[in-house]
Ligand binder design. Structure first.
Ligand SMILES: [Zn+2]
Length: 285
């Protein structure tokens, strides 16, 4: 079996570290530390008359592959009225920020970060669409139909949770094969990428972040393959629904909305989601 991108990156991290460049945690994640180390290392190479990719340089172009595909991001809820199974709003943060506002802001940030990643990788061609651009609602099937109309390779529905003000954690939902999912393994792979990166981003700011994992949910109309039209042979949309955190928990609200680092945390969550989607596109490019 060929060495995976992840292994190559991990190896590069170790090599950079051994040469005295900080390359982030050696955990397989390709985080900010590693990117900074690459920037440092390429400056060092240039200063010594070499180029990245020249003989002796450990960094090869293959560590960042081009990515191609159509992505539809679905900010959960919106507007004032329930429509087609989609409520105008579900959770509200303890300081009063509605979920629908947070999902729209996050989707816009993810689009920006994904476009950034794409333009940084030569040969890439990624189109990112949102199911809604403002404070309006769409029914669940209509959200999935946006993915179908745009020919989406990846569809991610974005939500925040709320329960009893105490339960918290990050979870990502998919439909199982038993519930009629025709590309369940691909959906799960996408969901695992989203889940692990979003959780890593949150736990880097909050050691009490909780990983609730990838879960099967049979009632999610927005993920139903009949709406995504996955039974068609020519296009199988990989789809999942992220529940980023429980915003009715005070510490979570502080983390994401009212605390001094809230904006930076939200940006890190968006970057994590964009990186997860890029990784998924790369695996299918
Ligand atoms: Zn929701």
């Amino acid at each position: 079996m060929a060495t995976s991108q992840k292994d190559i990156r991990k190896l590069a991290q170790v090599l950079l570290r051994d040469q005295g460049f900080y390359s982030g945690e050696i955990d397989g994640l390709w985080g900010k530390g590693s990117n900074a180390a690459f920037a440092d290392y390429s400056r060092f190479l240039r200063a010594s008359g070499q180029e990245i990719g020249s003989e002796g340089a450990i960094v090869e172009d293959s560590t960042v592959g081009s990515i191609t595909g159509v992505v539809v991001l679905d900010p959960g809820h919106g507007g004032k009225n329930k429509t087609g199974g989609s409520s105008a709003n579900n959770a509200t943060s303890s300081s009063g920020v509605p979920e629908k506002t947070m999902t729209l802001e996050l989707a816009k940030l993810i689009r920006k970060e994904l476009n950034k990643i794409s333009s940084g990788r030569p040969g890439s061609n990624v189109k990112v669409h949102l199911t809604r651009a403002g404070d309006s609602n769409l029914g669940l099937a209509d959200r999935a139909k946006v993915a179908r109309a745009k020919g989406a390779n990846v569809f991610v529905s974005i939500h925040y949770n709320g329960f009893d003000g105490r339960v918290r954690g990050t979870e990502t939902l998919i439909l199982s094969a038993a519930n009629g999912n025709v590309n369940d393994a691909d959906d799960r792979a996408l969901a695992e990428r989203v889940q692990s990166r979003v959780f890593a981003a949150l736990s880097s700011h909050d050691p009490k972040a909780r990983n609730r994992g990838v879960k099967d949910n049979q009632r999610l109309g927005v993920l139903k393959d009949v709406h995504l039209q996955n039974p068609r042979a020519d296009l199988k949309t990989r789809a999942c629904l992220a529940e980023v955190e429980f915003i009715d928990v005070d510490v979570v609200d502080k983390l994401l909305n009212t605390g001094p680092n809230a904006k930076a945390v939200r940006l890190d969550v968006a970057r994590a989601m964009a990186e997860a989607i890029a990784e998924d596109l790369e695996a299918h490019s």
